[in-house]
Ligand binder design. Structure first.
Ligand SMILES: Cc1ncc(COP(=O)(O)O)c(C=O)c1O
Length: 406
């Protein structure tokens, strides 16, 4: 991985360990920049908030999309300049709005009508308005965001109202924002939403004499997690959307807007591989043999949240033939703590190293300390050199908020 044997990484940094391949992150970033010249590409920090990764991406010219005070702080500590920051959130606190102003962020994205006055009062200057077209992306319901009834953004009539109110309040309404969902494995819903956005931009122009100079298309492109998954290549996905945008804007006689993209998963998801040490191997029934690892739902809750599927291999015996199917479970006190329902492996033994690819996004960032388990370390690997980018938590870290008397 990145020129280092997985076993050496596990020896040096311990397990569980999330190892990021720098070249894979950079290749994804370059694919976005190459397919969308002139666009502002922002890393969706929620995928994995990490200062070193943000620095790496900022060095290539990317910015960051942040949705909380904490995510903003990650971006600021990484030195991401304000003009490459966009602030989201469906329920921004006053502190978050103030911090956005202090950081001089490029845009605050208005997500509710009451944010118009609050943003103006806090001294926000430039905003986008997030609109919810009522499009159901073909993905897990928990990560659909632009359907009718979504908690995110404003339905079209309210978005029009927000644009008018924000302009009256003296805000510069630069454009519109749309994010239809995550882990999209085709371009269908994204194409439909760009077409829809063109129509909505035309409506804005007719009704308000205002058209978006900026269009932020959010993130959403999925990655392949397990056999049978097919995700579009970054270049194809982006090119399709931009062509569609061009057509829609031409159709409505509008001036082509500046484009912002906010990929998260597709930038860092494939680059991350989690290494676990195998412990107990247990034949629990005629059909199920568990391979227990030294992590689980505390470092990757996606199987529990979305029924996510993964594949795996034994990194220390990767050249051996698979002999049977195994169920990979974690060490947590829930029967549902299963990382992989079924994976073909050579007969696993205590001490083997299980590598689970595609674990760079929405894993550690969504992790917890369930069962008072410290969260794993993360490293960035390039040209055979591994650099710690997130320290392994200690038991003291887990207990640091406890208050005791005496
Ligand atoms: C507003 C916004 N932008 C960007 C993203 C990143 O999405 P993804 O990781 O699917 O690219 C998200 C994720 O949900 C989001 O809510």
């Amino acid at each position: 991985m990145g020129g280092r044997p997985a076993g050496a990484l596990a020896e040096e940094f311990g397990t569980p360990l999330v190892a990021y391949c720098e070249r894979t992150v950079l290749a994804a970033a370059h694919a976005y920049l190459g397919a969308a010249p002139g666009a502002l590409v922002l890393y969706g920090v929620k995928a994995f908030p990490n200062v070193a990764l943000l620095q790496l991406l900022a060095g290539e010219g990317l910015g960051a999309d942040v949705s909380t005070l904490g995510e903003l702080e990650y971006a600021l500590r990484a030195g991401v300049p304000g003009e490459r920051l966009v602030v989201h959130g469906n329920n921004k606190s006053d502190d978050e709005v103030r911090a956005a102003v202090e950081a001089g962020v490029h845009f605050v994205v208005l997500d509710a009508l009451d944010e118009v006055e609050r943003a103006a009062a806090a001294g926000v200057e430039r905003v986008l308005v997030r609109v919810t077209p009522g499009i159901e992306a073909d993905t897990h319901p928990a990560i659909r965001t632009a359907h009718h009834g979504s908690k995110f953004g404003l339905p079209p009539d309210q978005a029009l109202e927000a644009i008018a109110a924000a302009r009256n309040a003296g805000l510069e309404v630069a454009g519109l924002h749309l994010h239809i969902g995550s882990q999209l494995l085709d371009t269908q819903a994204a194409r439909t939403s760009v077409d829809w956005l063109g129509g909505f931009a035309a409506e804005c122009s007719q009704e308000l004499g205002w058209a978006p100079a900026v269009v932020d298309l959010g993130g959403g492109l999925g990655i392949e997690y397990a056999e049978g998954d097919h995700a579009p290549a970054i270049a194809d996905f982006v090119t399709t959307l931009l062509q569609r945008l061009e057509q829609a804007w031409t159709l409505h006689g509008l001036t082509r807007p500046q484009v912002i993209l906010e990929p998260g998963r597709s930038l860092v998801g494939r680059a991350g591989v989690t290494l676990y040490r195998v412990g107990v191997v247990k034949r629990a029934s005629e059909t199920t043999t568990y391979v227990a690892i030294d992590g689980g739902m505390s470092d990757n809750p996606r199987p529990q949240l979305y029924g996510a599927r993964y594949s795996a291999l034994l990194a220390n015996r990767a050249d051996e033939e698979a002999t049977s199917s195994y169920t990979v479970c974690g060490k947590h006190c829930e029967s549902g703590d299963v990382l992989i329902e079924s994976v073909s492996l050579p007969e696993p033994r205590r001490g083997d190293l299980l590598a689970v690819p595609g674990t760079g996004a929405y894993t550690l960032g969504m992790g917890s300390n369930y069962n008072a388990v410290p969260r794993p370390a993360a490293v960035l690997v390039a040209d055979g050199q591994a650099r710690l980018i997130r320290r392994r938590e200690s038991i003291d870290d887990v207990l640091r908020h406890e208050e005791t008397s005496g």
